[in-house]
Design a protein around this ligand. Structure first.
Ligand code: ADP
Ligand code: MG
Length: 254
């Protein structure tokens, strides 16, 4: 057995006395695409945000490549990571959000090269060559010098994906990457994601796109009320869910 790339154990998160995650266990192997589905408010975004240090869990543990996330061992005691240690760990996880969060005053290419140049110290010419290759990969080599406002939502999201890839993450997290898009623009973003999946990128994708989940995911997780109700093979879950709550959810979205 090889070590999973990401392992989450009994993860809990509360806001005040509202428990949003009530003991999440999951693991993601290298090269896997895992889709997370579930009704609004079930804790999907909070789960991704805990993985990526945007929220601090109230219990449980997360391991990335075997390393605890957010804390570190010194001897036999756990300490919170320093900001620099967290930043280094966060670089291993790219995150793509529902809103594209591009820098509005930078071109597509500048959005992509910013972090490699500033954070990693990659020489500009190298970052630009890699950035152009990434724009090619997401099907936009001719839009390198466009500003976000000159791009459609689907194009902006593809730039956001290229920007995440520029840091060469071990894992890409997606939080409803197509939910803010006009319906006719969803397909081009899903196509870019599908291509990444085929190239072996490890991806954890919160989505409402059930056909994408069925066709692309290796593993499907259904969350509701802060717990994983059911997980397994996407086709099996979609054709014969074992839990009534999964069945009800699928009846609403399929
Ligand atoms: P989902 O992404 O599945 O729609 P979320 O993780 O966004 O669910 O939210 C789960 C629950 O946590 C919701 O009830 C939401 O209101 C609550 N929540 C999320 N973030 C915060 C926060 N920063 N403070 C208080 N409550 C929050
Ligand atoms: Mg959400």
């Amino acid at each position: 057995m090889t070590m999973p790339l990401l392992k989450v154990e009994r993860l809990r998160k509360s806001f005040g006395d509202h428990e949003v995650l009530s003991g999440i266990d999951l693991s993601v192997n290298e090269g896997d695409v895992t889709c997370i589905v579930g009704p609004s408010g079930s804790g999907k975004s909070t789960l991704l945000r805990c993985l990526n240090h945007l929220e601090k869990p109230t219990g449980g543990a997360i391991f990335l490549q075997g390393e605890p996330v957010g804390v570190r061992w010194r001897g036999d005691r756990l300490y919170e990571m320093s900001f620099n240690e967290m930043a280094r760990q966060r670089q291993k996880m790219g995150m793509v959000f529902q809103g594209f969060h591009l820098f509005p005053h930078k071109t597509a290419l500048q959005n992509i090269t910013e972090a490699p140049i500033i954070v990693k110290g990659t020489p500009r010419h190298q970052a630009e060559a890699e950035g152009m290759a990434l724009l090619e990969k997401v099907g936009m080599p001719d839009r390198a010098h466009y500003y976000p406002r000159q791009l459609s939502g689907g194009q902006q999201q593809r730039v956001a994906i290229a920007r995440s890839l520029a840091m060469k993450p071990a894992l890409l997290l997606f939080d409803e990457p197509t939910s803010a898009l006009d319906p006719e623009l969803v397909g081009e973003v899903l196509a870019a994601m599908r291509q990444l999946a085929e190239e072996g990128m490890t991806m954890l994708v919160v989505t409402h796109e059930m056909l994408f989940a069925r066709d692309v995911a290796d593993h499907l997780i259904f969350m509701e009320g802060g717990v994983i109700v059911e997980q397994g093979n996407p086709r099996e879950i979609m054709t014969s869910p074992r839990h009534e709550r999964t069945r009800e959810f699928l009846a609403r979205v399929l």
